[in-house]
Structure formats: C-alpha cells, structure tokens
Design a protein around this ligand. Structure first.
Ligand code: CUA
Length: 339
C-alpha cells in the first residue's frame, strides 16, 4: 500500500536527488565523476548513460501501467466489483518474461565489457608504469626512472598509465573521480589501474576506503602534463634538490636546523637525510600542497603544520617539533627553497 504521505516523501526525495545531481557541475566541484578526462572515466560515463536510458524506459513502462491501473481499470463507485474471469494469457506471460530479460542483457553486456576493458592483464605498449604506495595518511609515487613524488602525481597526457597500487599498512582506495573508477589498495597484494588521461589539468583525488582517524585527510593531486612539461618535471625530480640560493641566508640557516632536527629520521632530502617513514622532501618547495593535499603550500601553512600536525591531521605519525620562532622560520624558508 502506498499512502499519500509516502508518495509526497518519495517525490521530495526525487526532487532533492535531481537538484543534487544538477549541482555536480564541473566548476567548483572537481570531485565529480560526470566530467571524464580519461578513456577509463569516459567508458564508465557512457555506461552510466546507457543504464540510465534503460532505467528511464523501465520507469516509463511501470508508471504507465500504474496510471492505467488506477485511472482506467479501477472500479467506479456503485459499480460491481470485477469478477476474475481471466485465467492466463500466454502472450502476456511471454512478453513480461522476454522484456526484462532483454533489458537485463542490454545492461549486463556493456557492463561486463567495461569491466574487462578497464582491467587489462598486461600493461599497454608504451605505458608509463608508476608504483603507488598508500600510507596512513599519504601517497607515495615511485617512477621507473627513479623519480619520486609524494601526494602530487604527474603524468603525461595521451600516454597509457599503469599504476601498481600497494599498501604500506591497511586497506586504502585510490580514486581520482575525473580519471576513472576507484581501485582498492590492499596490503600484500598489487592491484593495477590502467588509463590514458586525455585532457591536461589538475585532478584532485581522495582515499575512498575508511582507513582510520585521518582518512578524510588522505588526499592527493594528479597533474596531467603536456609531454614537454612532464619531461621537465621528471628531469627536475631526478636532479636532486637545487642548491639553496646563495642570497637566502634564512634558508641556509634552516638547512642547519633541518640537519640537526628529528625531521631527518623520517624524511629524505637527497644527499642530506635518509628517512623513509614520511614523504620525501627533496622537492618539497615545488609542490602546490602539503600534508597530503590538506593545505596549500604557503610558508604560513608549513609553519602551522610543523608546529601542530595533530591539529591538522589527527592521528598522523608526525609529532610537533616545538621549535622557537626564529628556528621555525628558518626551517620553513629552507623547506620552501627545496624546488
Ligand atoms: Cu586511506 Cu582512507
């Protein structure tokens, strides 16, 4: 039985969902899955559209039958109740068996085709294979030529990308909505994600599997670069840190603060420290964000992060450094100079 109350509730829900989906425009909402920027995301999008069309047809048939039943075939006041004369109608039974079968086939065939297409067993020819390691709560990207990145992955446009996803601790899920579907990152197992990004730009990503206190703070950015920009970025990463500019005394002082600090236990700066527990800081100053995409990379935010990481990312392994102001400023200047 459908009461008038539940009818208006369901109508309100439908309007709310329509408004919510309508609000998912690309501008200002870059986490949308409805603006595909890779072949994989495009396949998923076209699957959405096909399934939505079939759902729409089913909805139209069901609503029509409902309206017919209510307004045409219902008994009127004063009319005798209809006697059940019909026993069976073979044509009708065949129709409502074949109809749903056909619709299910139309939905399942493209779905299964997309599942297999999105998970090739071997990397496509010429693919750039990147090892992705998920940590509580940050992302490590290791390139085949030795380049390393943390929380900001650069890839070239129009070249197949093969991500090999591993976890350093518990289950996470790699997700860049505009570049394709989620892929779980499971300890003791390597999962792959293969796609070709087709439009240069910056696409935000997010861990999509609850992984503890700072799961929501486990973000990252994917930069899809032109081939030249990617080659330059890759070259810069391999080059080691640029020497601190001679005229930057504050950064030079900060280099000493860094070398004497516990930062070196967990973080690597090539040629200076060998820590590997936290992100590699060799090119920290060239990144746009810090703390796994949570803050913009500005000197104020770096200072705030070093002073109280737990405030920004609860549960993070990084302890507060408790440095006096001048030393903190110097350390920040040094980190920002690591281009
Ligand atoms: Cu990692 Cu949620």
């Amino acid at each position: 039985m459908i009461s008038r109350g539940s009818n208006s509730y369901s109508l309100a829900m439908q309007v709310a969902i329509a408004l919510a989906i309508g609000g998912c425009s690309e501008k200002g909402r870059p986490m949308t899955t409805l603006a595909p920027k890779s072949d994989l995301a495009q396949w998923i999008q076209s699957l959405y559209i096909q399934v939505t069309i079939w759902d729409g047809i089913i909805l139209a048939i069901v609503i029509s039958a409902f309206v017919l039943a209510v307004f045409v075939f219902s008994s009127r006041v004063g009319e005798a109740a209809p006697t059940s004369a019909a026993s069976s109608d073979l044509g009708l039974e065949i129709a409502w068996t074949l109809g749903p079968t056909l619709v299910l086939l139309m939905i399942s065939v493209p779905t299964i085709r997309t599942i297999f297409r999105s998970q090739p067993a071997v990397a496509p020819a010429g693919a750039l294979e990147i090892k992705v390691v998920a940590h509580q709560w940050w992302w490590e990207f290791d390139y085949p030529d030795g380049a390393k990145a943390s929380n900001e992955m650069h890839i070239p446009v129009n070249r197949p990308i093969r991500l090999e996803l591993e976890s350093a601790d518990i289950i996470h899920s790699f997700w860049v909505p505009q570049l394709g579907g989620k892929r779980d990152v499971v300890p003791g197992q390597i999962n792959e994600l293969t796609f070709v990004a087709t439009v240069p730009g910056m696409y935000p990503g997010q861990c999509a599997e609850f992984c503890g206190l700072s799961h929501a703070n486990m973000r990252f950015r994917t930069f899809v670069d032109s081939p030249d920009d990617f080659a330059k970025w890759d070259h810069d990463q391999l080059a080691g840190p640029l020497a601190t500019p001679a005229n930057n005394q504050l950064a030079a002082d900060g280099a000493k603060v860094f070398a004497d600090s516990p930062c070196t236990t967990c973080h690597m700066v090539q040629g200076i420290s060998k820590g590997y527990i936290g992100p590699d800081l060799t090119h920290f100053g060239s990144r746009t964000t810090l703390a796994a995409g949570v803050l913009q990379n500005t000197p104020e935010n770096v200072a705030k992060w070093i002073e109280d990481p737990q405030e920004i990312k609860p549960g993070a392994n990084m302890p507060p450094l408790l440095l006096p102001g001048p030393k903190l400023n110097a350390l920040v200047a040094y980190l920002e100079s690591l281009k």
